[in-house]
Design a protein. Structure first.
Length: 262
């Protein structure tokens, strides 16, 4: 039933002198409320074309994300796209991956990273085809940057998902916040500048339950510093610092296990 309807619609369009767009735009900047389906329809391409052009493995998109449109266009652009990226102040692995249409795991694998901590000046391979030729350079950059990392740096959740053998175990209600949350100054209660390095592992605690300055292993997050407080953080509650708003919202509210290590 669909084919005759489409044919009649096309004929009607021709009889009225209405012409289809000659070509779709090469890119689209995602607006609030956009979906992949709507973007595909408005630009005369398929959802699969957009996903393949941008290396997406799900239908999740975010405001201000720049998407390539059309399989043929994307291929020609991909051949000339930058194969490496130099980290700038304020960058996160999540944001770099999003901007280059790849996953965080791909970035970490291509560049031999075992932590999501990154530092300005690091050069990363951001395209799979080029990873083999540039990964060695990226690997040699990472250790040098790590030696000058702030002393507040803690282990990544990707490297310490298993609970330590020692420590005081507690079950807490956990929420998440970002360096730019409403009412946040970017400086924690203990003086940590989380806006300068949003990848730091920091949690807000009730100091009467977990002393400020304690090292705390957090399920699914890794080893963190109890470096902040919050008006709603009372009793067995913690607030976990996340680099981006998307990650904080995705975390939501969870009941998790922690271990106070000292």
């Amino acid at each position: 039933m669909k084919k005759p309807l489409l044919t009649l619609t096309a004929l009607a369009g021709l009889s009225l002198g209405v012409a289809a767009p000659a070509s779709a735009a090469s890119t689209h900047t995602v607006q609030s409320g956009d979906t992949l389906y709507r973007i595909a329809v408005n630009n005369n391409v398929s959802v699969n074309d957009i996903k393949q052009a941008n290396g997406l493995n799900s239908n999740m998109i975010y405001p201000n994300q720049v998407l390539k449109l059309g399989k043929a266009e994307a291929k020609s652009q991909a051949s000339t796209a930058s194969k490496t990226y130099t980290v700038k102040s304020g960058d996160t692995l999540y944001r770099i991956a999003l901007n280059h249409g790849v996953s965080v795991n791909q970035l970490m694998t291509w560049n031999g990273l075992n932590s999501d901590l990154i530092f300005p000046g690091q050069e990363f391979a951001v395209k799979g085809a080029a990873a083999a030729s540039v990964a060695n350079d990226a690997k040699t950059t990472t250790p040098k940057a790590s030696t000058s990392a702030p002393v507040t740096k803690t282990a990544s959740s990707t490297t310490q998902t298993q609970a330590p053998a020692s420590g005081q175990t507690m079950t807490v209600e956990a929420t998440a916040y970002t360096p730019y949350c409403a009412g946040c100054s970017g400086i924690t209660a203990t003086g940590i500048d989380v806006r300068s390095n949003p990848n730091q592992k920091v949690i807000a605690v009730d100091p009467s339950v977990i002393p400020l300055g304690s090292k705390v292993w957090v399920e699914g997050y890794g080893e963190a510093i109890a470096g902040d407080t919050g008006g709603a953080i009372k009793g067995n509650k913690i607030d976990i610092l996340m680099p981006t708003q998307e990650q904080a919202l995705a975390f939501g509210r969870q009941s998790i296990t922690i271990k106070v290590l000292n």
